[in-house]
Design a protein around this ligand. Structure first.
Ligand SMILES: Cc1ncc(COP(=O)(O)O)c(C=O)c1O
Length: 367
């Protein structure tokens, strides 16, 4: 019997364990030298001038919002097909979320759906969160042009996209936020970071991640602003640094797996891949759009059947606007509703072997 194949998981090798062990034997479990080392490595990889590491992707998005000065009553546009944190980070600052619809095939925000949301916002919009869903690259150039015209600041939610071409370089954005949760491309347990080319944003985020405090002589410190404990431990940064060394390998393997699924789905008439494969993109998830009527099953039944065959799948995502907290109806955004009705993510992670992927495809070919 096939062992359970999850939809995503981390890959940890002996080098990772050795690097974390070094920190365990050192003087600093947190607030030590690995934080800056990790930040420098992220700058090298992304091409950004500054990186600010923190303890989750959610904290990264919140710090980015704070750096922009997002405050009570500001409007922030967020595409509705994303993880809750993309919107919640702006809510922490008291902003009003203006949800945007997405392309029904890719689930991405487009210049058109952005324009539509801007019109709905009715007036000044402080910021936009662009989500590179599953690792697909949103059309940043066109989106940025529109935002410049309307004086909207841009934060890339790049939590799914580390390793993609230009991701984190902030050529068309103010900042980019990353998550290093274990199912993401690199794992730190919990961890996150923001990259930017704006030194003032970087400085502000570094201060806010540790209580808004500036260190002085001897015991002295000054609290200039209301900050948080969003610090990431050295333990996690040592793991992150070691994982970053394998980033190219991780990204390449994920692309090869995505390509093999793509070839398989060419012969399937009840589902189609979401991703339009590109060697420029680094894939976090492999979602497909399923015609459940055609296979005569509900998504729940289909997932349960796959689960019984030891294949894990997941739905990314329930459109955020339809959560009770945000109070919308699913049908408010027809493209997002269409995408959500059909979407299901298949196993995709570095350690997924050819045999395991072939097993998944063999099981799927029986439908
Ligand atoms: C698109 C997106 N943004 C933000 C986050 C938040 O990251 P974290 O879980 O590290 O707080 C996630 C995590 O799943 C995500 O998928």
């Amino acid at each position: 019997m096939q062992d359970f194949i999850p939809y995503g998981r981390q890959y940890i090798d002996d080098d990772d364990i050795a690097e974390v062990s070094k920190v365990l034997r050192s003087d600093f479990l947190t607030c030590g030298p690995y934080i800056e080392k990790f930040e420098n490595a992220l700058c090298d990889i992304t091409g950004a001038d500054h990186a600010v590491a923190c303890n989750s992707g959610t904290a990264a998005l919140h710090l980015a919002m704070l750096a922009l000065g997002v405050t009570e009553g500001d409007k922030v546009i967020v595409p509705t097909v994303t993880f809750l944190a993309s919107a919640n980070a702006a809510r922490y600052c008291g902003a009003k979320i203006v949800f945007a619809d997405v392309d029904a095939k890719s689930g991405l925000l487009t210049p058109d759906t952005l324009h539509e949301a801007y019109e709905c916002a009715g007036g000044e919009v402080k910021a936009l969160v662009v989500v590179h869903l599953c690792g697909q690259l949103a059309d940043m150039k066109a989106i940025k042009a529109l935002c410049d015209e309307k004086n909207i600041r841009v934060i890339e939610d790049a939590c799914h996209a580390l390793g993609g071409k230009g991701v984190g370089k902030c050529e068309y954005s103010d900042m980019a936020a990353f998550s290093f949760h274990p199912v993401k491309t690199i794992a730190m347990g919990e961890g996150g970071a923001v990259t930017t080319n704006n030194p003032a944003y970087a400085e502000k985020m570094k201060m806010l991640r540790t209580h808004g405090v500036e260190r002085g002589d001897h015991w002295k410190y000054t609290m200039n602003d209301l900050g948080y404990n969003y610090r990431v431990p050295d333990l996690s940064c040592a793991l992150g640094l070691s994982q970053l060394k394998k980033l190219d390998m991780f990204v390449e393997r994920r692309r090869r797996i995505a390509k093999a699924y793509d070839a398989f789905f060419k012969g399937i008439d009840w589902a189609e891949p979401v991703l339009a494969f590109s060697e420029d993109e680094a894939y976090h998830l492999y979602p497909i759009l399923i015609d459940f009527e055609k296979i005569g099953k509900t998504r729940e039944e289909f997932m349960d059947e796959l689960r019984a065959k030891n294949i894990g799948t997941q739905v990314h995502y329930i459109p955020v606007h339809a959560q009770p907290y945000y109070g919308g109806r699913l049908e408010d955004f027809p493209n997002a509703a269409e995408y959500y009705k059909k979407v299901l993510s298949l196993p995709l992670y570095y350690g997924l072997s050819d045999e395991q992927q072939n097993y998944v495809m063999k099981v799927l070919s029986d439908y």
